[in-house]
Write a protein that binds this ligand. Structure first.
Ligand code: NAD
Length: 342
């Protein structure tokens, strides 16, 4: 075990942040979880609230924070399109001002800082799979720009702080990650499909469903973040963390139907603006520098995710026909006239 440290996790009540808090506590560290609960949930960290090495602070990272820490994981930012587009100005400010304040904190305390960046910095990529030296193809004025450009600017700040102040920064470009504690209504494709399948409602496939994504199970991703933070000081990334196994949206929908045993239909809805056609990480850099690659196959990860969502339901509506509680309703964007039966 590495030396116990005081570790700040911003966005610690979110999907990824809460799993990271779990793993850091398990490794013997002290964890300060900072969150404004805009998209995070107390349910994600309820099991940690009595832990002697866990502390929770409600705070918005758009404001300065004065604490003493050894490491900083900056994960605070809404991550799904409906969430980050709900208040796009706040999203940009969270990424840019948040990174700025946390880099200032790292400078004052001498802490290492890991910035959660995203595959969205590649935009709708013109090269495939995406390698870290590809500069991206992002629309700077579209509805996704608050997230994509906010994250790009956060990366810029990290590298300027490193050049100017010698700060020990690490930038992870995270590709689509899924697993327990995703929100049922966050509009991300895995949670959408699983909740729709379990509730017996039509699975919403955008476009013709041939666009691809690569899905990384949450445990693998957290393992990658921990390895990146623990990597040599002269390795700062940016480094892709994701699963290179690529699926079309239609294949994913069919697999979810098969694993849930649901008889729900698949329906098609218009493709959102600036939706990338293909996404797959080249993880050569992570393999070389971190000795990291994902270990959990999609089927296993989906089974665990389905179990999680099932566990939150009184009974399985796919089988019992029970209505979901109101906060469980998925985004219903399918056009009834274009439903396909499976
Ligand atoms: N999950 C993915 O597939 C994925 C992919 C790429 C990048 N990321 C990045 O990883 C990080 C975590 O994503 P996630 O999937 O856990 O999302 P999430 O929405 O579940 O978690 C984000 C957390 O940050 C908190 N937060 C948002 N704005 C804040 C602010 N101004 N101050 C303090 N807290 C704030 C939210 O309340 C939430 O708890 C994000 O930075 C996201 O951009 C995630």
């Amino acid at each position: 075990m590495t030396r116990p440290a005081r570790i700040l996790v911003t966005g610690g009540a979110g999907f990824l942040g809460s799993h990271l808090c779990d793993r850091l506590l398990l490794a013997g560290h002290e964890v300060l979880c900072v969150d404004n609960f805009s998209t995070g949930s107390k349910r994600n960290i309820a099991h940690l609230l009595g832990h002697p090495r866990f502390e929770l602070l409600r705070h918005d990272i758009g404001l300065p924070l004065r604490v003493e820490v050894d490491d900083i994981y900056n994960l605070a930012c809404p991550a799904s399109p409906p969430h980050y587009q709900r208040d796009s100005l706040q999203t940009t400010l969270t990424s840019v001002q948040g990174a700025f304040h946390l880099l200032g904190l790292a400078l004052r305390t001498g802490a290492r800082l890991l910035q959660a960046s995203t595959s969205e910095v590649y935009g709708d990529p013109a090269c495939h799979p995406q390698r870290e030296d590809y500069w991206g193809h992002v629309n700077p004025i579209g509805p996704r720009a608050c997230y994509d450009e906010g994250k790009r600017c956060a990366e810029t700040l990290c590298f300027d702080y490193r050049r100017r102040h010698g700060l020990r920064v690490k930038v992870a470009r995270i590709f689509n990650t899924y697993g327990p504690r995703m929100q049922a209504d966050d509009g991300r494709v895995v949670s959408n499909f699983v909740v729709q399948a379990l509730s017996g409602s039509t699975l919403t496939v955008f476009g013709d469903g041939r666009q691809t994504r690569s899905f990384c199970y949450v445990d693998d991703l957290i393992d990658g973040l921990l390895r990146l933070m623990g990597s040599a000081d002269d390795f700062c990334g940016p480094v892709n963390l994701g699963n290179p196994a690529e699926s079309t949206m239609l294949e994913l929908a069919q697999q979810v139907l098969m694993l849930t045993g649901s008889r729900a239909a698949i329906g098609f809805a218009p493709l959102p603006v600036d939706d990338p056609a293909r996404r797959r990480p080249d993880i050569g850099l992570a393999m070389r520098h971190l000795g990291w690659q994902p270990a959990v196959p999609l089927r296993t990860g989906l089974e665990r995710t389905i179990d999680y969502f099932r566990g939150l339901l009184p009974q399985d509506p796919a089988v019992a026909g029970t209505a979901l509680p109101p906060d469980w309703l998925p985004v219903e964007a399918a056009r009834p006239e274009s439903r396909l039966r499976h």
